[in-house]
Design a protein around this ligand. Structure first.
Ligand SMILES: Nc1ncnc2c1ncn2[C@@H]1O[C@H](COP(=O)(O)OP(=O)(O)O)[C@@H](O)[C@H]1O
Ligand SMILES: [Mg+2]
Length: 393
């Protein structure tokens, strides 16, 4: 992979440009990290108000498959990454033929399909929930009884708990598959979860891997709500096992870039891989304030072929997600949260993504609390949650 060194000027006299497919908050945080290192940045996203498009040097407003938009992005950029996994893999193939693209279209394609993703877990020797593909009525009838009670998930395009139905038995499964419009799905056995964690690894084109510390995650209504680091309820052996599994998953597909692997820890203490994201992840946002190298700087370094230094957690941290419902008062009127009170607390770092219209469940920003010790971070995060009207954790 070619290196795109920071500060080098192109033929047009401008600094080298790094591009990103997708203009959401992850793209915005990538753009800001790239800009901090002196790069120019380009975003391709059809939305004129996309969070990343608003802060990039170039915003190409085009559909992800529009030939002209892709041509413009290639013309502008020395290397290109992605910020969400549902960028059509074909667009990444097109870009990859002319420019370094990381992660590759092949790796993104694995993460785009839950059945292919689970096969990658199995092939890499990493345990996952027992599952069956449900692509046809025959497969529905043949689903093993051991998968009930289960969860039916669409194979593609699911996120934040969307595209999932819990099914108690075969009759419920048939009903649920109809409700999901009979698109290709996977049926997974519902597992007894003790808790959920994630691991972010970054892999360089030369094969070197680094990782962030294990994150302990709490979801509400299928959406990440709280991340705590260090993970308060996970022992060192299990943490090492999760880091080794995430590294193995990246290495086995010769992945280049930042990869997040979500795991379940079951009631019996065993570790099970759930899903992968071929990009930085909401559960890694704390790294902006609590680590000496953030997940977004790792993404920049991987994309530009720069050396990867192992990140160090310098402060224990708690991250609270800020969803759109916080922008409404008890009467349902729109009103911004009381930031002044929250920001008066020690070690609070507020990040807002520049989204104009709040909606229920929409990720508007996050708040990271750092402190000298985990108990201190938790205490302040609980105070912040209470001021914002969020439940305790
Ligand atoms: N097999 C399972 N057993 C128990 N809980 C599950 C299972 N699969 C998913 N869940 C729960 O649903 C949440 C969302 O599922 P996930 O597969 O991660 O989908 P998404 O892409 O929406 O994040 C998980 O974080 C977990 O809390
Ligand atoms: Mg998930």
């Amino acid at each position: 992979m070619t290196r795109v060194l920071p500060g080098t000027l192109g033929a047009d006299g401008r600094p080298a440009t790094l591009g990103v497919m997708g203009g959401g908050q992850l793209g915005r945080l990538f753009v800001q990290a790239a800009q901090a290192m002196g790069y120019y940045t380009a975003v391709l996203d059809p939305d004129p108000t996309s969070p990343a498009g608003l802060v990039a040097h170039y915003h190409i407003q085009a559909d992800y498959l529009a030939e002209q938009g892709l041509a413009q992005l290639m013309q502008r950029c020395s290397a290109i990454t992605t910020e969400f996994e549902n960028v059509p893999a074909t667009a990444l193939y097109t870009l990859g033929a002319q420019r370094p693209v990381a992660p590759s279209a092949e790796c993104v394609a694995v993460c785009q399909d839950r059945a292919v993703e689970k096969q990658h877990f199995i092939d890499s020797g990493v345990p996952c929930a027992p599952f069956a593909r449900i692509d046809s009525a025959a497969q529905l009838d043949a689903a093993p009884a051991s998968l009930f009670p289960g969860i039916l998930k669409t194979a593609r395009l699911g996120y934040d708990g969307k595209g999932q139905v819990r099914v108690a038995d075969r009759a419920a499964l048939a009903f649920a598959w109809d409700a999901l419009k009979r698109v290709p799905c996977v049926l997974e056995r519902r597992l007894p979860l003790a808790l959920e964690i994630s691991v972010i690894v970054a892999r360089h084109a030369d094969g070197a891997c680094v990782h962030l510390p294990v994150q302990q995650n709490l979801h509400r209504d299928g959406i990440l709500a709280v991340t705590q680091v260090p993970a308060p309820a996970v022992g060192p052996a299990l943490q090492q096992q999760a880091i080794a599994a995430a590294t193995q998953l990246a290495t086995a597909m010769r992945y280049v870039g930042v990869l997040c692997v979500e795991f379940f820890i079951l009631e019996d203490g065993s570790l099970v891989a759930n899903e992968m994201a071929p990009r930085p992840h909401n559960s890694g946002h704390y790294s902006l304030d609590a680590c000496d190298v953030s997940q977004f700087e790792l993404q920049v370094r991987c994309l530009a072929g720069l050396p990867l230094a192992a990140p160090r957690l310098h402060s224990p941290a708690v991250m609270l997600n800020l969803l759109g419902e916080l922008w409404f008062d008890a009467e349902g009127q729109e009103s911004a949260p009381h930031w002044a009170e929250v920001l008066a607390l020690p070690g609070v770092h507020l990040h807002l993504y520049g989204k104009a219209s709040p909606r229920r469940g929409r990720k508007m920003g996050h708040l990271t609390v750092t402190a000298a010790d985990p108990a201190g971070a938790r205490a302040v995060a609980l105070q912040a949650a209470s001021l914002l009207g969020l439940p305790a954790f």
